[in-house]
Design a protein around this ligand. Structure first.
Ligand code: OSB
Ligand code: MG
Length: 378
């Protein structure tokens, strides 16, 4: 195929999948458990001209945040998703998600390939991914997500470090037994910071009195307090508390966002590329939210540099008006798989790169060294 044709359509000739293992600098604990080492699936898609794009799967090491995890993502990608994308000519990367509609769910698996296609397409067009997506800002605002620690003192110390580094918002994980007292303590130490809590679905509607007590601590928002697949009970809760509810797990599509907004289940939405199935669906969620004046922000899934670069690009869309969970590579990794690593200014911002595609160089020798399995679908 000629160069000109390849710019008009998207046609993937080869898909390389890898699993890499990457130990975290510090364990990350949520209401569903502790992670010390990531098992990350990466995709490299190539077209007939040898142009390539990279995507990262955000599935975790077990089916806890989502029903997807590393092994199901791998198997579903190899057996079903990669063959659906391979050698299927589509108008553009925006149409790749639709190639996989016959597979139900598995949005993280789908996003792995879909985001890689966007990177490739932007590189072929010679433009940075953020511009290709329709982004409107060249700098993004950053917050951090701080996991459950071994002691309240350890948490305070971690928060102090991140506040001193300049991060614009602190999110702490909460769960029953690590909630009211912890938030009270944090507020005492840091009366003025932008603070929020993420429960990862650890509570029930019968906990409304607890959330009413949390109201006094002026949290920016309370993320996913109730069931991962609920939007009804969240609406009942939101009516009884002042703190804005932010949905994470419950929003897997633009339709979900539309329903949650109509039900008034939340006042803020966290968008994650993997959870919704890639850039095209993330753009749809952002559009629905923006049309309804619901602010959104970019969530994180302990991504390596490739997923992080995609998150940075997505965060430039107009509706991303709140600081996201997109922070510096060094908070997670001894050495990232991209160059340069993601760094954050002392004002808590990331400068969006202007090189074509994701805008960071993929460190192939490092990826090679970390790879524990590899499969090429041709
Ligand atoms: O709920 O936002 C979440 C990490 C893994 C799974 C779920 C979540 C998170 C985070 C970490 O909060 C965000 C990050 O720093 O990448
Ligand atoms: Mg969350």
């Amino acid at each position: 195929m000629s160069r000109r044709e390849s710019l008009l359509t998207l046609l993937i000739q080869s898909i390389e999948l890898r699993e890499i293992r990457l130990p975290l600098v510090h364990f990350f604990e949520t209401s569903f458990g502790r992670t010390t080492e990531r098992r990350i699936v990466l995709a490299r898609v190539t077209d007939a001209n040898g142009a390539e794009g990279w995507g990262e799967c955000t599935a975790g090491e077990g089916p806890f945040y989502s029903n997807e995890w590393t092994e199901t993502a791998w198997a579903t990608l190899v057996e079903f998703l990669a063959p659906m994308v391979l050698r299927k000519e589509v108008e553009s990367a925006a149409h790749v998600f639709k190639l996989m509609t016959s597979v139900r769910g598995h949005r993280m698996g789908k996003a792995t390939l879909e985001t890689a296609c966007w990177d490739l397409e932007a590189k072929n067009a010679g433009v940075p991914l953020w511009k290709h997506l329709g982004g409107t800002r060249s700098e993004i605002a950053c917050g951090v997500s701080i996991g459950i620690q071994d002691s309240p003192d350890a948490l305070i110390e971690k928060i102090r470090k991140e506040v001193d580094a300049g991060y614009q918002r602190i999110k702490i994980k909460i769960k029953p037994g690590w909630d009211l007292k912890i938030v009270e303590r944090v507020r005492k130490e840091f009366p003025d910071i932008r603070l929020m809590g993420d429960a990862n679905s650890a509570y029930k509607l019968s906990d409304v009195p607890l959330f009413q007590q949390l109201d006094q601590f002026n949290l920016m928002m309370l993320e996913q307090p109730l069931a991962h697949d609920d939007i009804f009970d969240h609406a009942v809760l939101q009516r009884q508390i002042q703190t804005p509810v932010c949905l994470d797990e419950s929003i897997c599509s633009a339709e979900d966002a539309c329903h949650a907004i109509q039900l008034e289940s939340c006042r803020i939405i966290n968008i994650k590329l993997g959870r919704v199935g890639g850039h095209a669906e993330a753009k749809r969620v952002e559009q629905v939210a923006r049309d309804n004046e619901i602010p959104v922000w970019c969530g994180g899934m302990l991504e390596s540099g490739i997923g992080r670069a995609h998150n940075i690009a997505m965060s430039t869309l107009a509706g991303f008006t709140l600081p996201g969970d997109v922070s510096a590579s060094a908070r997670y990794w001894e050495e990232d798989i991209i160059e340069p690593p993601v760094t954050v200014s002392e004002r808590g911002t990331i400068r969006v790169p202007d090189a074509p595609g994701i805008g960071f160089n993929v460190n192939l020798p490092r990826i090679e060294a970390l790879t524990i399995r590899k499969e090429t679908i041709k």
